[in-house]
Design a protein around this ligand. Structure first.
Ligand SMILES: *[C@@H]1O[C@H](CO)[C@@H](O)[C@H](O)[C@H]1NC(C)=O
Ligand SMILES: *[C@@H]1O[C@H](CO)[C@@H](O)[C@H](O)[C@H]1NC(C)=O
Ligand SMILES: *[C@@H]1O[C@H](CO)[C@@H](O)[C@H](O)[C@H]1NC(C)=O
Ligand SMILES: *[C@@H]1O[C@H](CO)[C@@H](O)[C@H](O)[C@H]1NC(C)=O
Length: 866
């Protein structure tokens, strides 16, 4: 019902019909991926996967050669525990030695190792290593393919949800994976904010803000956002009374150590302990057993959501043991006792962050897959009061649908409800630099300036002013470590050309010029240094006029990181102007126009942090690897399918088709039978089959079609081969005739110079023998082949014809290539006949004796020169 209204709210704008492009929204979670497509002519909804499911398990895996996604990939973990990769979201941009990696090893059976960037890679059982970004990119590419088949066109613009606590490094990792997957990031949106957009889409608000808390219990964390909803004039300048909806995030709270996965882990601990107690064997040492137990823990947790107890049961879990155990909800809850207090805490953190109290909140909107867990719901109800709890959004899909609506608004190609979103930064961001040394020996101090305190609005910028005489560099850093083990450094920026620019400004009449650097906090939460300039106020207009020539003289080097984020920056500037906001919170940018101020751009070199984003070439390599690695199963399946339809057409075609002419009825019947068998196999088992099944089925069917195809091709090839045979027959005969004449002539002349004949009698007789053998065989072959019906296998293969002709050809060539016997210059004019006659004979057979001709011609030329 909700979706129907949304459909009605969306209609295409008419002016940009030609450039309409789809926008894909992806909610990449630790357990589940949800996607939604905004595409012209496609009903707006959650994107379905190949088995029509509305969410895709967040797993990529391999079964031997076959790359698998979703539940296919998840379900093989029990058999191939190091070839199934889940919960990868935990590892985005994580340094290899950080606590997040230790946690991951406690939940996963995957083999991990460091990358060259000191982030995490995972190793398959065949030894191949894949970085986390690559594995996530494969899943994003899988989603892209689903979207492209739904849209019927290429899909490249994507908006992704990220948790509000994501650091710049983690955001970079998301954008990197998107690029490796062959898409562009239109924007990132905090998941709670996306839910707020979805919530606002079908509701109207008053001018007075209404506060709601979006409580999002996911697999890897729990987070809460305080959102203020209100009605604002759509256009402050115009007198029209159009209303827009404003959503402002006022505060956020989160806990990165609590969530659905931690509940799974605790439940698996209960089961593992129980197994060890019962069976006296260390299940923890058995990867298959632990992977099976992980899956079972998830299943049991779901049962305990609705029941007081559940039966855990895994056949042949490890050590040939069938494991069964009863577990009660109270036992499970007791094991999670310490978490109970943590479930609701993000709500209060978000409130205090926003400077509000529960009284100000209209409702607490529950969302996220784990919000259904009774343990969590009970804790939240107890904390905020049952009356405040709202279950009015789809816990699984609200975020991705909200993101799609927001993305559609940003792309400005779809007309959606006018919603203006303001989000906030999770961490204090400061700039750190060394003070200028007063003299050569004086010490410099480190100066830290808070630029964007936590809670700063996304889409704002700040200009810092420095009184510096020399080039210097500054670091953009998080004031505090955002998450244990994560780096705090974001960017290191070198500003250059300062002395020269200051000199130029001073010479132009500026007094006391300064250096200014502008930092931008983008709508997607990235901080960048936008530019650095030297600035000085110039009183004298005439000199200022002269100074115009200086504009653009400085070089502002564009760095890799800047170009990589270009799409994000671009889309954001679009959205900002669309929203009619003045994002500038500039501290020191005077707006007054006169007196003339002059600005010289400075050199800007941005270096990346200790966990840098992937470089352009790293991304390209990753993309090529991922694309090359697998597709095989899909390809094999498609190729089998295509083949089956082709064979069916061949069999069904009426009339005297080549296929019918070249096949016997019994053969066609067998093929029909095999075809039907394979079609029904494909229908029943096609989804679980692996690459080799498809290939062997195809090969089996091909073995029936092959003889028919061979007959048909022989019908084409035999006459051609025969022509060539006959041609060599004919050429040889001509050669022999003339060579024999030459030999006879040389003997008649008086035998004083028998070497005048190029060939001896023996040579010519040997060639003739070969020729007669060839002719005899050829005549028999032609007779035999004449009796063969089209639907019979050929009596003589064209390949045999060719190889027989080759024997004759080789023999002939040997004689033709024979060196001309040495002779006296005086007799040279008299006796060119044998060689020239052989060449004329071969050149008169136009097609095939080119090789003969090639060999004789130069020798002839040489001969003439003598
Ligand atoms: C929040 O509630 C308190 C107490 O009810 C009230 O004084 C305050 O004005 C409210 N704040 C806002 C922003 O509504
Ligand atoms: C300073 O002025 C000189 C001379 O006009 C010019 O070549 C140079 O590029 C200027 N330097 C900067 C940094 O603007
Ligand atoms: C064989 O040669 C003859 C004469 O050169 C030509 O007319 C005919 O088309 C050739 N046949 C094939 C199958 O090449
Ligand atoms: C080979 O060539 C000779 C003379 O040119 C011809 O009489 C004979 O029929 C040919 N044999 C075959 C098999 O084509």
């Amino acid at each position: 019902m909700n979706r129907l209204i949304l459909c009605l709210l969306l209609c295409l704008t008419t002016f940009s019909q030609n450039v309409l492009a789809s926008v894909l929204a992806i909610d990449y979670g630790s357990d589940w991926i949800k996607a939604s497509l905004m595409s012209p002519g496609v009903p707006f909804d959650v994107l379905l996967d190949k088995s029509s499911k509305r969410k895709i398990q967040s797993t990529v895996g391999w079964k031997k050669e076959d790359r698998l996604f979703g539940s296919d990939a998840f379900n093989i973990a029990g058999r191939f525990p190091t070839d199934s990769f889940s919960s990868l979201k935990y590892l985005q941009a994580v340094p290899y030695d950080s606590p997040a990696v230790s946690f991951y090893t406690s939940i996963s059976t995957a083999d991990i190792l460091p990358t060259a960037r000191h982030t995490v890679a995972l190793k398959r059982s065949d030894g191949t290593e894949w970085s986390v970004e690559e594995l996530i990119a494969m899943q994003l590419a899988y989603v892209r393919e689903l979207a492209e088949s739904a849209a019927g066109e290429k899909v490249s613009d994507v908006i992704l949800t990220v948790p509000p606590y994501y650091t710049q490094h983690e955001r970079d990792a998301v954008v990197d994976a998107v690029e490796v997957a062959g898409m562009r990031t239109l924007a990132l949106i905090h998941d709670g904010t996306a839910v707020a957009v979805n919530y606002a889409m079908t509701r109207a608000f008053a001018e007075q803000p209404e506060y709601h808390i979006i409580y999002d219990a996911g697999a890897s964390s729990i987070r809460a956002s305080v959102a203020a909803f209100s009605a604002i004039p759509a256009d402050a300048k115009s007198s029209k009374k159009d209303i827009a909806t404003a959503i402002a995030i006022k505060g956020i709270g989160y806990d990165r150590s609590t969530g659905g996965t931690e509940l799974d882990r605790r439940l698996r601990e209960i089961l593992a302990n129980d197994f060890v107690k019962k069976h006296k064997k260390d299940i923890r040492a058995d990867k298959r057993g632990m992977a099976k137990l992980w899956k079972e823990a998830g299943r049991v947790k779901a049962i305990l959501s609705a029941n007081a107890d559940a039966m855990a049961s895994v056949e042949s879990i490890a050590f040939d043991i069938d494991y069964r155990s009863k577990i009660s909800r109270s036992e499970f809850e007791a094991a999670c006792k310490d978490l109970q207090l943590k479930f609701a805490k993000p709500i209060f953190d978000a409130l205090s962050n926003a400077g509000l109290s529960l009284d100000n909140i209209t409702s607490v909107i529950l969302t996220g897959g784990s919000s259904r867990a009774p343990m969590i719901q009970t804790a939240v109800k107890a904390a905020v009061g049952e009356s405040k709890i709202a279950l009015n959004v789809n816990a699984d899909e609200a975020a991705v649908l909200g993101a799609a609506l927001h993305g559609a608004g940003l792309s400005r190609q779809f007309k959606t409800k006018d919603i203006r979103v303001t989000d906030i930064a999770p961490y204090d961001i400061q700039v750190s630099y060394h003070s200028e040394a007063k003299s050569e020996h004086s010490k410099t101090r480190t100066i830290n300036t808070l630029v964007f305190p936590a809670g700063s609005k996304f889409g704002s910028r700040k200009t810092l002013t420095f009184r510096r005489k020399d080039d210097f560099s500054l670091k953009v850093i998080y004031k505090n470590t955002p998450v244990p083990g994560s780096p705090t450094d974001l960017l290191e920026v070198e500003i250059s050309d300062i002395p020269e620019a200051l000199k130029n400004l001073t010479e132009a009449g500026a007094t006391d010029p300064v250096v200014k650097a502008t930092l931008v906090l983008s709508e997607s939460g990235f901080v960048t240094v936008q530019d650095a300039v030297a600035y000085g106020e110039i009183k004298d207009d005439s000199i200022a006029g002269k100074l115009k020539g200086f504009f653009g003289a400085g070089s502002s080097s564009s760095t890799e990181s800047e170009t990589e984020r270009e799409t994000i920056a671009r889309s954001e500037s679009v959205s900002t102007s669309a929203e009619g906001e003045v994002p500038s919170q500039a501290e020191a940018t005077p707006e007054k126009k006169a007196p003339v101020k002059d600005t010289i751009p400075l050199g800007l070199n941005v270096k990346l942090s200790s966990v840098p984003p992937m470089s352009v070439s790293q991304k390209r390599t990753a993309r090529e690897r991922a694309e090359a690695s697998m597709r095989r199963r899909e390809e094999a399946r498609n190729s089998l399918e295509g083949y089956l339809y082709r064979v069916r057409d061949l069999l069904e075609e009426e009339g005297e088709t080549p296929f019918r002419k070249c096949s016997k009825e019994a053969e066609r019947d067998t093929m029909k039978e095999k075809l039907e068998e394979t079609l029904s196999w494909l229908h029943e088992h096609g989804d679980d089959a692996d690459t080799r099944d498809y290939i062997s089925r195809r090969t089996a069917l091909e073995s029936y079609e092959q003889p028919v195809m061979h007959r048909y091709s022989e019908i084409q090839e035999f006459p051609k081969a025969l022509n060539i045979s006959q041609m060599w027959n004919w050429s040889t005969r001509m050669f022999l005739t003339e060579a024999k004449e030459a030999l006879a002539a040389s003997q008649v002349d008086g035998a004083e110079e028998p070497s005048l004949s190029k060939y001896t009698k023996e040579e010519l007789e040997a060639l003739e023998k070969t020729l007669i053998e060839h002719e005899t065989w050829l005549n028999q072959a032609v007779e035999k082949q004449k009796a063969v019906k089209m639907y019979d296998d050929p009596a003589v293969e064209s390949s045999e014809l060719a190889s027989r002709a080759k024997v004759l050809e080789t023999h002939l060539q040997k004689l033709v290539k024979k060196k001309v016997p040495k002779r006296k210059a005086t007799s040279s004019t008299a006796k060119p006949s044998s060689s020239s006659s052989s060449s004329s004979s071969s050149s008169s057979s136009p097609t095939a004796s080119s090789s003969v001709k090639e060999e004789t011609t130069p020798r002839e030329g040489h001969h003439d020169e003598l």
